[in-house]
Design a protein around this ligand. Structure first.
Ligand code: HEM
Ligand SMILES: *[C@@H]1O[C@H](CO)[C@@H](O)[C@H](O)[C@H]1NC(C)=O
Ligand SMILES: *[C@@H]1O[C@H](CO)[C@@H](O)[C@H](O)[C@H]1NC(C)=O
Ligand SMILES: *[C@@H]1O[C@H](CO)[C@@H](O)[C@H](O)[C@H]1NC(C)=O
Ligand SMILES: *[C@@H]1O[C@H](CO)[C@@H](O)[C@H](O)[C@H]1NC(C)=O
Ligand SMILES: *[C@@H]1O[C@H](CO)[C@@H](O)[C@H](O)[C@H]1NC(C)=O
Length: 321
């Protein structure tokens, strides 16, 4: 009797293990997805990312941000890369992206090299995920194993880009819900915001913070007002991390402690509330920031990928096949 029962329960346990494995590993994505179909994929992307950063250091930041803006709009599906044309409006002109998102030429360049080596195999969505990791590592940040196998969308949604990509005017509770919609935690929010240890923002993105907010160091605000007047010069750039805008380190959090966050949304993470202790932890323990950042990047990269027969492998990242 007991023996019969055990046998009867085995298939159920098997199914449970499969389900748990899928949950833990983020759907069908896997690190060795291209190991037989395009074993050179990872080394090609890395080589091209390094070459692009050597040409222009900021490209590393721009590539990291591209993956974020891709993932927050209907999942990591390469939708952000589709160009507008006479019959199609994509995400590139959405409010958070227009005149701001960059790195598209670098992605094209990587894609061209991959198409030469392994035609029709590596998706644009996966290129963004790998390039985000390689950029982070090259600029001095942590590494992680990138899960692969995302396919590319056939379309994009500008309204969704306007809705789901967080604005720098959001307060902490709005930022928290914005991440929660994507299945990301409060800790993911604080860790991933550490991306602002690299790259630049335009005057238009931080103007109201330096003129109207009170949780900002006054001499920091004064010096920024010289670069970024009340009106005009919308596109003047300022490093998100004032010391080392091109080094991936924990300076971003140190700046928050002294009220030198550049964006309103940045300073929300250290403003006398629940995020303060996480920020202080990252100031005291840079390795804890690196560990959490790597984990959170994997979480972000797992957002709703297209797998199996969904979507396609785009031949040109700017256009559906
Ligand atoms: C938490 C909510 C976030 C808000 C409100 C936000 C907002 C912004 C804004 C306004 C800019 C400057 C854009 C411009 O003025 O042209 C920026 C730049 C940047 N963001 Fe975020 N961001 C957030 C989270 C993230 C995340 C999660 C990542 C990556 C995982 C990221 C990576 C970057 C990078 C690297 C840059 C610099 C890009 C460059 O120099 O080309 N941000 N962000
Ligand atoms: C995008 O920005 C350009 C200038 O950079 C502007 O001419 C255009 O109207 C903007 N498009 C949208 C949809 O906001
Ligand atoms: C685009 O996204 C918006 C906002 O999420 C949604 O309401 C709309 O249905 C989407 N459009 C399409 C065609 O999926
Ligand atoms: C945060 O912003 C939301 C949306 O604008 C608003 O409803 C809420 O009252 C704000 N919360 C705080 C604590 O200011
Ligand atoms: C500061 O706030 C006032 C009142 O809300 C607004 O009219 C003004 O445009 C803001 N200034 C900047 C530079 O954002
Ligand atoms: C416009 O772009 C969409 C999305 O990439 C594509 O499906 C369509 O074929 C393009 N149309 C033209 C005329 O290129």
């Amino acid at each position: 009797m007991a023996r019969g029962n055990n046998l009867h329960h085995l298939p159920l346990q098997g199914i449970l293990i499969v389900v748990l494995t899928l949950l833990v590993h983020g759907g069908k994505l896997s690190p060795d997805y291209y190991s037989s179909t395009c074993p050179q994929a990872l080394s090609i992307v890395k080589k091209e990312v390094i070459a692009a950063i050597k040409k222009e250091t900021r490209i590393g930041a721009s590539l990291l941000r591209l993956h974020f803006h891709d993932c927050f709009v209907n999942g990591c599906d390469g939708s952000v890369l589709l160009d507008d044309n006479s019959t199609f409006t994509g995400e590139k002109t959405a409010r958070p992206n227009n005149g701001s998102l960059r790195g598209f030429d670098a992605v094209d360049h990587i894609k061209t090299k991959l198409e030469k080596a392994c035609p029709g195999i590596v998706s644009c969505a996966d290129i963004l995920a790998i390039a985000a990791r390689d950029s982070t590592v090259y600029l001095g940040g942590p590494s992680w194993v990138v899960r692969l196998g995302r396919r590319d969308s056939l379309t994009a949604n500008k309204t969704a880009a306007n809705t789901f990509i967080p604005a720098p005017t959001l307060n902490l509770s709005a930022l928290k819900s914005n991440f929660a919609v994507q299945g990301l935690s409060f800790k993911d929010l604080v860790a991933l915001s550490g991306s602002h240890t690299i790259g630049f923002a335009r005057c238009i993105s931080f103007r109201s913070h330096i003129y109207n907010d009170t949780n900002i160091d006054s001499s920091f605000a004064s010096s920024l007002k010289k670069k970024c007047p009340v009106s005009g010069k919308d596109n003047v750039l300022q490093g998100l991390d004032l010391q080392t805008a091109l080094n991936f380190d924990n300076d971003y959090y140190q700046n928050l402690l002294i009220k030198k966050g550049l964006l309103h949304s940045d300073q929300q993470l250290y403003n006398g509330n629940a995020a303060d202790s996480l920020v202080r932890n990252y100031v005291l323990h840079p390795s804890s920031f690196f560990e959490d950042f790597a984990k959170s990047m994997i979480n972000m990269g797992n957002i709703s990928p297209l797998t199996g027969k969904k979507g396609e492998i785009r031949l040109n990242c700017r256009k559906a096949n």
